[in-house]
Design a protein around this ligand. Sequence first.
Ligand code: NAP
Ligand code: GCO
Length: 265
Amino acid sequence: MNEFSLDGKVAWVTGAAYGIGLAIARGLAKAGAKIVFNCSRQSTVDRGLEAYKALGIDAKGYVCDVTDEAAVKAMLADVEATVGTVDILVNNAGIIKRVPMEEMDVDDFRRVVDVDLVAPFICAKAVIPGMIKKGHGKIINICSMMSELGRETVSAYAAAKGGLKMLTRNICSEYGAANIQCNGIGPGYIATEQTAPLRELQPDGSRNPFDRFIISKTPAGRWGTPEDLMGPAVFLASDASDFVNGHILYVDGGILAYLGKNPIE
Ligand code: NAP
Ligand code: GCO
């Protein structure tokens, strides 16, 4: 028996056209799962479909804004009718706005909380009845370093990702008895489009100070890659983690374990 096998499972990964979501979906597909994904724009869905095709993965893509409950329900009804009941949900879609708090528009704050926290609630709420009927289910919420730490300019993101950690624990508390495991993955600093501005070279061609700061804060001495998230996602989606519930698995090269270099030396 292979307790990491996802043969015959249906996995829905939100926002999985590129970056972390695509890598997680690749990992789940390699373990045997059928993949469905969604993005809010047709152009991103098309980009994802091309990426899956190039990888030899037969994925189904939908245009669906995860903050729109009616759209999520309609998408899920189609998934159930054409692919099957969702066994694994990965709440990956997310946005960030880096703005000092006193300059941040309240609508922007609300939008970040909507996409990064309210939407995982909407998607989880939509799949839980099917999981209860099937007798099992796995929900993986993509959290962040900002589920634990704050920093300048990311107040909305930190509020949402901190909330997502607690939503994870609450889903575990409410549905553990129904054999649903809800866990989080907390990626460290991963080289994707979302973090590209933090790695942009300086006008003189030198490394971005934030880039150097992250390397110095990470015991592994590097940024993470989306592929670093594949194995942890397969573990949390598979029978191997059936007694792991309400846990946040930080995949951060050791950032949260480390006090950091002495800046005065
Ligand atoms: P990203 O650039 O944040 O990708 C986001 C994806 O989500 C895109 O496919 C996007 O497509 C989709 N999306 C955004 N808003 C959506 C909405 N309202 N409805 C449906 N889909 C939506 O990529 P990433 O850096 O790989 O991040 C993925 C997740 O990991 C996010 O939750 C992020 O917060 C988290 N994370 C990232 C890092 C990092 O260092 N990169 C670290 C920790 C956590 P559309 O634009 O078409 O909607
Ligand atoms: C930032 C980053 C982070 C990361 C990630 C860390 O501006 O500090 O974008 O928030 O993307 O979520 O885990």
